[in-house]
Design a protein around this ligand. Sequence first.
Ligand SMILES: O=P(O)(O)OC[C@@H](O)[C@@H](O)c1c[nH]c2ccccc12
Length: 263
Amino acid sequence: MNIKPGKFLETIMSEKAREVAEMAEFSDFGNVRATYKLYDFLYENTAELQIIAECKKASPSLGDINTEVDLLAQAKSYEQAGAAMISVLTDPVFFKGEIDYLREISANVAIPTLNKDFIIDEKQIRRAVWAGATVILLIVACFEGNENRLKELYEYAENLGLEILVETHNQAELDIAHGLGAKIIGVNNRNLKTFEVSLQNSLDLFHDFKPETVYISESGVFGTQEATVLAPDFNAILVGTALMQSGNVAKALKNLKIARKRQ
Ligand SMILES: O=P(O)(O)OC[C@@H](O)[C@@H](O)c1c[nH]c2ccccc12
């Protein structure tokens, strides 16, 4: 699907509304898959930068990234290489994702999985549990002027036993995430309007971080250089493209898992 510059968020939100309307109901979805709690893991393991490794075949900013890949094998190699969690894109239109990828991966790894999608409805949250997710993403920017709805979905997911990664891009959104009482907060380095990536998004915000919250810097990390910039202030990084394009996941992940103490 083609997107007009600057219109990505609007386009995907209407696409999601359509998807949700057509989505089958997931009523008998069972309990959240038992894994360790991501929050506890990140809170306790602060000596090294932790890696959330993403399964993503394509993206609206890059087009096809790796469409031939066996995502289950990819996920297993992430787990083996020491990733803290696996993020799985489930949006079919812009990311060539599938809910079945998440279901299959979740059934075959022991670590937490994240349902990476633009979640705007309880139906998607029930589907995430059904597919074995242990964490869901809620993007503050999707609820501009409608923070009550964000809070409703946050509480709905929390009551089901899911953990929630609340994604922000700037100070105003970080304030909203803190206001929600989010325990796991992401800062996306990619601007959802222009697709420009700047680690400055992350660096601008850390002065306001709370000691009891864990923080994940998302997007635009390709190697040790970016990881080194983020490591002092972030518990983890979320990495997609670099790992999907790497011929050697174990090596690529090892290069990112660096010590967190200040140099
Ligand atoms: O491929 P990258 O630059 O390593 O980025 C990964 C991840 O942060 C990115 O896929 C992402 C961050 N937030 C999102 C929200 C929806 C879809 C995708 C994303």
